[in-house]
Design a protein around this ligand. Structure first.
Ligand SMILES: [Zn+2]
Ligand SMILES: [Zn+2]
Length: 237
């Protein structure tokens, strides 16, 4: 059984006092998928310590998905925690070097290994095996698939994203009529996510957030069971 805790279900602006995006996955290991601002506080509120983490998967390097990376690594250093594996899209090593340049005092102190993951590549953290799928976003970005669950990260919905998956923790940045060039709108999701039976929608900007009853009604009519998890909600896979 994999336990999933929605630590942060928000976006880059404040919506309903939600933390920015972060999802905790726990099996024999403990993994963070993304760590936007607010992650550490929610992690502690959920009863975990940064030192408990075995790996961090970053879907991409926008601050609402990686803003607390350096803070988490610094806290682990202060706690004498061991080395942590970080999985990121291609380019992650270079970006991490820039983060370190901006925080020179941490040079040589942070214990982590960055693994750049290519489109279609698989990787395992303990019992949890993930497949990466490149997404359509404004920067290099990946979705992760574990068993038949997709964790979308930020993306426009497109048919290949949903191959072999029936469940999705998915972004819904846009309201009806939003242009789905780098993010998902309800129509864009319904047109492409044919295999999805159940979706946990997160990462809603204010117009979509205010309209979530209409969004869920629209998607339920297309056969997709919809949930809007709040920060700290838990599900078991
Ligand atoms: Zn983004
Ligand atoms: Zn985002």
């Amino acid at each position: 059984m994999i336990r999933i805790v929605f630590l942060g279900t928000g976006v880059a602006v404040n919506v309903a006092n939600k933390a920015q995006q972060s999802i905790l996955m726990e099996d024999d290991r403990l993994i963070l998928i993304d760590c936007g601002y607010g992650t550490m506080l929610r992690l502690h509120q959920a009863g975990y310590s940064v030192s408990d983490l075995d790996a961090i998967i970053l879907t991409h390097f926008h601050l609402d998905h990686c803003g607390e990376l350096m803070g988490i690594l610094k806290a682990r250093w202060l706690n004498n925690a061991g080395k942590i594996d970080i999985y990121s899209p291609v380019g992650g090593k270079e970006i991490f070097e820039y983060f370190l340049l901006a925080s020179r005092y941490l040079n040589g102190k942070l214990k982590c290994k960055i693994h750049e993951i290519r489109d279609g590549e698989s990787f395992s953290v303990g019992n949890m095996r993930f497949r990466a799928r490149k997404t359509v976003h404004s920067v290099e970005s990946m979705a992760c698939i574990i068993e038949d669950l997709l964790i979308s990260g930020d993306t426009s919905a497109f048919p290949e994203l949903y191959e072999d998956v029936n469940f999705a923790i998915h972004e819904m940045s846009l309201d009806f009529g939003g242009k789905p060039d780098f993010h998902t709108s309800p129509e864009n999701f319904a047109e492409n996510a044919h295999s999805i039976e159940r979706a946990w929608l997160i990462h809603l900007y204010p117009p979509a957030y205010r309209n979530r009853d209409t969004i869920s009604g629209f998607l339920e009519k297309k056969g997709i069971s919809v949930h809007f998890p709040d920060d700290s909600d838990r599900i078991d896979l």
